[in-house]
Design a protein around this ligand. Structure first.
Ligand SMILES: [Zn+2]
Length: 296
């Protein structure tokens, strides 16, 4: 790696740490934040004004690509293991040249998953690992070790299994958290705590189950204590959106966390997303509530 690309790698890492800070607080980043990110004392644009591929003039390679999960033609396609990103304007030249540079220089890029107009979940570091010229697309991986697979267009079975696991952890989980936190306006649905770093996106039906899909209506925005209590069936949520606390726990005497944090939540209604489609599925809540009642 030359001096220039080493310096550029350092800059990219600074950008990643700024984005990580925003994501831990909000789960998502806005276009406004991406238009002018504060990085090492300067303001940097992280997203193109209109195109999918952002190639800053002063950088050697592409910095970010936008992908809309429900977008149109020239968009990314998520495979189970790798991401395919179509050439811009179907030519090998133009904006695609710097995508190829990212591949050659092994410089990490940012994948911006658009979840709403002007709202994104940034996935980083992402790596361009192949130029699939025959199909006019680039292959993108979400783990540095996948840069060294022998044939990115035909993964070996063991590589595929690994890449699928990476895709789940690095793409699907952050995207789920981002969508849920955004829908609930970064608040715990039980206690309304509004501190992003203390919030999780909990599954109603766990993602180990077949129907434990990562959609917002299978999610709840919960603070750390209420997430753990929900997972342990010490806190239940009825299908009509009312919080219930385990009977034995209601009888205990302890400090302020038990009293205010748990016992006083019994009978309280959830604070729900404004959009109806984002609210938790009553069927899923009912299924899960049975488990709580069986323990309680
Ligand atoms: Zn809470």
């Amino acid at each position: 790696m030359g001096v220039d690309s080493a310096a550029e790698l350092h800059l990219r890492e600074l950008i990643f740490s700024q984005l990580a800070e925003l994501v831990s607080e909000y789960g998502v980043v806005t276009r406004k934040q991406l238009d002018a990110l504060q990085v090492g004392g300067e303001t940097r644009r992280i997203i193109d004004r209109s195109k999918g591929i952002w190639n800053p003039r002063d950088l050697l390679a592409t910095l970010s690509v936008v992908s809309s999960p429900d977008g149109g033609y020239s968009d990314a396609h998520v495979g189970e293991s790798l991401f395919a990103y179509d050439y811009q304007r179907d030519t090998t030249a133009g904006d695609n040249v710097k995508m190829r540079r990212a591949l050659e220089l092994r410089l990490p890029i940012i994948l911006l998953r658009k979840i709403k107009d002007g709202v994104y979940v940034p996935i980083f570091p992402a790596y361009v690992i192949a130029d699939d010229a025959a199909n006019h697309r680039f292959m993108i991986a979400l783990d540095a070790s996948l840069q060294s697979v022998a044939d990115p267009l035909h993964l070996e079975p063991i590589e595929r299994v690994y890449a699928e696991r990476v895709m789940k952890q690095r793409l699907h989980q952050p995207e789920f958290r981002g969508r849920v936190m955004y829908a609930y306006e970064q608040r715990c649905t039980v206690c309304t705590l509004k501190h992003g770093k203390l919030l999780d996106a909990a599954h109603i039906i766990g993602d180990a189950e077949v129907h434990g899909v990562p959609s917002v209506d299978n999610g709840l925005s919960l603070c750390k204590i209420h997430h753990a209590a929900y997972d342990a069936n010490l806190l239940g949520i009825s299908p009509d959106y009312v919080v219930r606390i385990n009977g034995e726990l209601m009888e205990e005497t302890d400090g302020p966390m038990l009293l205010h944090g748990l016992q006083e939540m019994d009978g309280r209604g959830l604070t729900l997303p404004k959009r109806r489609a984002d609210r938790p599925s009553k069927d899923r809540l009912a299924e899960r509530f049975e488990m709580f009642k069986n323990v309680s």
